[in-house]
Design a protein around this ligand. Sequence first.
Ligand code: GDP
Length: 691
Amino acid sequence: MMILTKKMIEIRNMLARVGQSSTLTLPSIVVIGSQSSGKSSVLEAIVGHEFLPKGSNMVTRRPIELTLVNTPNSVAEYGEFPDLGLGKISDFSSIQRTLTELNLAVPDSQCVSDEPIRLTISSPNIPDLSLIDLPGYIQVVGHNQPLELKQKISELCDKYIQAPNIILAISAADVDLANSTALRASRRVDPRGERTIGVVTKMDLVDATRGSSILTDKQYPLRLGYVGVVSRIPTSTGLFKSGKANLTSAITKNENTYFSAHPLEFGPDSEVSVGTTTLRKKLMQTLEQTMSASLQSTSDAIRQELEEASYEFKVQYNDRPLSAESYLAESLDAFKHSFKQFAEEFGRPQMHEILKNELDQRVLDLLAARYWNKPIHDLYVPIAEPNQLVDLPKADPDSLYWRRQLDASTSSLTKLGVGRLATNVIAGAIQSHISSLINQSTFVNHPFAREAITDAASRILNERFYSTSDQVENCIKPFKFDIDMEEREWAAGREHVQGVLKKELTACEGALKDLENMVGGRRKLREVMGFVDKAKKGDVIVEGETASGAGGFSAALLGKAREAVFLRDRADIIKMRLLAVKSKQCANMNNKYHCPEVFLDAVATKLASTAVLFLNVELLTEFYYNFPRELDLRLGRHISDEDVERFAKEDPKIRKHLEVIRRKELLELVLEKMESLRHLEGQGRDANNRN
Ligand code: GDP
């Protein structure tokens, strides 16, 4: 007996998790009544505790879906808000506070909210019931209440009092039943009184004869009848002190005293039903019967819902199984695999190339600062015919000046903070490789994972940064005092620097071309450049160049021309130096003072090679070892189920896929339960028929 309701309530809660389905509603008891009709008192008498929001201006703003769970084998009584994750709350005044807060959180502009508050109460003293407490109908809108409140409450109630729900219509005995808002609302949707239970409260406020006649009302006869209750205990009796004893037994005791004082009107031989105990029984029976009657239709609805989910799964996802855990695990594996590949391809040669490129730039800067801005014709000038290089006037090989220039340049290069520079450049390169690995992986659509991975990489790199850069700096220290160069290194430098210079030349020429396009053509640029050249040489006197320009050219144009002149001169010098580097003179290491480009390039290579040795040990190897472990820590087995779920759902496609599967599985489970319930029901009926 009554097992069905319990099971159906379980199923109801499961279905609530399926979500977004309006068809799958199992019957519930919906409680309506006008304000102050005694609605809260009736509910609390059933539950046995005060837990509903009270207060002069407290209008319930949200439906409360109250699930009562009978726990015969436990003494504990507690409530739970499944959507809030507050755990079990055994202090009912705390439940009351939470409900009050949830109500107050609905803004005035919204009046009432459709979104139900779900509350489950478990106790050995309550029946299994599923009740929905709705905001009380209001007669007169209070002065500080929104005008539409009355209307909105009535609309909200209308939504809930539809079939197959059972309506518990609360009216007070001291108000004419004809004026009961609850009964009027119920009559509209249940004109024949098939699924309404009438509760008449405050029976103690009218005399017994009147009370008894109310309960046998003929104006709106109800198949399930009326029940009269007294759900307030007179404070003077001392029967109940809040929190001390069970409210239900105190109320029942009081009711018994009252009703047995009028045996003629309310006694066993009268036709009326009275008392909270009677009401509880009636609720249980009615719900059980309604649930039983709806078994078939609910099963059918679930089956249909399941068919739709299965169809969607087949058509859109090809019946491909997926779970949040497997999705994360596979994504992580794939990512680690791509990282492994990267690790195999990125080693010393790659680091060397990156670092050397960086140092090449520094060398170019030094050359520009120390050589190219000077009349370097003194240094070494091959004659202009590229293919017939002839040794020409050159600097005195013993000139102290050129020696100092080269020594100073070398010193600047070795002392520029190679340790920090190298570590920085390589750490940056690793980090940007990781970013591109992320972008090519499934993680690209997962901000949470993306951040976890990026963060893992930077944490390891940052941790190693200072020790690595110190190590590297230490190791290149000898080069700060003495550079020992071999023929082989010189030759390689001579070869390599030509490429560097050519690239720089191309860059200069490209920039020059851009300027041409910007000012409207080569001829135009040449013309202004001519003017700038003459002005530089003093051939034309530019008197008081103003903001508007000079020589008929605008200031902006002159600015561009000066840039162009600089680029042209830089290109000329580079061309000349390229010839010098190619010349026989520079093939000989002894001529290093004439060939600073070659020498500095070779030094840069030495620095890069040495730095890379230590970067490899201190940074790269460490990173390759720690990174996959760090990934496991952050995205592997250790992360909580909620995080896994949150992660997977970050990708909208995956979220939908997972939801379809979950929905399908849940519906399958529910259907299975429904089937076994129906089976049980059938057996019960057979047994009854046999008896
Ligand atoms: P609600 O606004 O419909 O939830 O009504 P309440 O349950 O808060 O009750 C309104 C008022 O009526 C309160 O002061 C209750 O104490 C009182 N009340 C409720 N039931 C009874 C009853 O059976 N007899 C008497 N005398 N008062 C009652």
